[in-house]
Design a protein around this ligand. Structure first.
Ligand code: COA
Ligand code: ZN
Length: 304
């Protein structure tokens, strides 16, 4: 098993979509640049959704158009439907992250579609993206529990993952949108998925609502997962999923995995500077337990 971990920071999307304070395009770009500057492999920079539904994500086309070309960072943008795909393509996105659902309740509340309709739209997007040479990441939301429909049968998630692996999604990400999963559930589901599909195209996305985010990352690592979403400063939460709080903080995930001997390619001092910027821009610091300990420790290392 590889000792390299590939982190996608979803703070500029998952983190900012739910903030009471709406950032300007320039502020969003500054946050993205700070995260990229820390060596984070991949960043989800925004979403092509209705600005009426999510005002904080208006202007994502400007964000995508202004991303630095060829800086070695992988950038993706979330899309909820075909219209989002077209907007992302017009803005020049090289990668899109399309949302699939493990429950009917969440599909309806989030995008007013059935699970089946979201799968059909994704199938169509995959076909178009192949022609347009755009990468498609398929994220299965509410993969463990849904705020509307309750517990999710892992067989439902496995079946969706199986279909989109076969259809050629570049990646399939298992998302605990409301942060309700426990490490045993995560270990069981991810072990089955890695056995069936290998780990190369699989990723996980955890929220820390019930303080199990890092434990869930660990459980997935043990199953062989090497791709994780995380959010700078632990910002995050879905406006359409009641009770969903922030993602597991990027700095916490990086500190834990590096201490365990994995390589993320991320510079922790620069990452903390990005976390400070996220805090300063949004006026909130919801997560990120490691920062309070890491800051003086890193200063001591630098001095010594
Ligand atoms: N981006 C921007 N605008 C979009 C869009 C997209 N991806 N998809 C649809 N729209 C526009 C339509 O053109 C229409 O505009 P109009 O009223 O000016 O004609 C309007 O949104 C309503 O479209 P409709 O198809 O009737 O859908 P809806 O009102 O049920 O809204 C979504 C559906 C998907 C557009 C909306 O719920 C949404 O953007 N949700 C975002 C969900 C999200 O971001 N969740 C968090 C991350 S998973
Ligand atoms: Zn999320």
């Amino acid at each position: 098993m590889s000792d390299s971990i590939f982190i996608t920071d979803v703070g500029p999307r998952d983190g900012l979509q739910n903030q009471p304070k709406i950032l300007t395009v320039e502020q969003r770009l500054a946050l993205i640049a700070a995260i990229a500057g820390a060596g984070v492999a991949s960043i989800e920079v925004g979403s092509f959704v209705s600005p009426r539904a999510v005002p904080a994500m208006a202007g994502t086309d400007e964000v995508v158009k202004s991303l630095p070309a060829g800086d070695g960072t992988h950038y993706t943008a979330l899309i909820p439907n075909l219209k989002g795909y077209e907007l992302a393509r017009e803005a020049g996105a090289a990668s899109v992250t399309m949302v699939l659902y493990a429950s009917e309740g969440m599909a309806r509340k989030n995008v007013g579609m059935s699970m089946q309709a979201a799968e059909e739209a994704t199938t169509e997007i995959l076909a178009r993206a192949r022609e347009d040479d755009i990468e498609v990441i398929a994220t299965i939301s509410v993969a463990f529990a849904c705020p509307f429909d309750g517990a999710i049968d892992p067989a439902v998630v496995s079946a969706v993952a199986d279909r989109f692996m076969r259809l050629g999604a570049d990646r399939v990400v298992i998302a605990d949108t409301i942060g309700a999963a426990d490490p045993q559930q995560v270990r069981a589901l991810t072990a089955d998925l890695v056995r069936d599909h290998g780990s190369e195209r699989l990723g996980c996305h955890f929220h820390d609502t019930r303080a199990m985010g890092l434990a869930n990352v660990f459980a997935a690592v043990e199953s062989g997962i090497r791709r994780f979403d995380a959010s700078i400063g632990g910002l995050g939460g879905c406006p359409f999923a009641p009770g969903a709080s922030g993602n597991v903080a990027t700095e916490d995930v990086v500190m834990m995995l590096e201490q365990m001997g994995f390589r993320t390619g991320i510079d922790l001092s620069d990452l903390l500077a990005a976390s400070d910027l996220a805090e300063q821009l949004t006026g909130t610091a919801p997560g990120g337990r490691s920062k309070a300990w890491l800051k003086p420790w890193l200063a001591q290392q630098a001095a010594g």
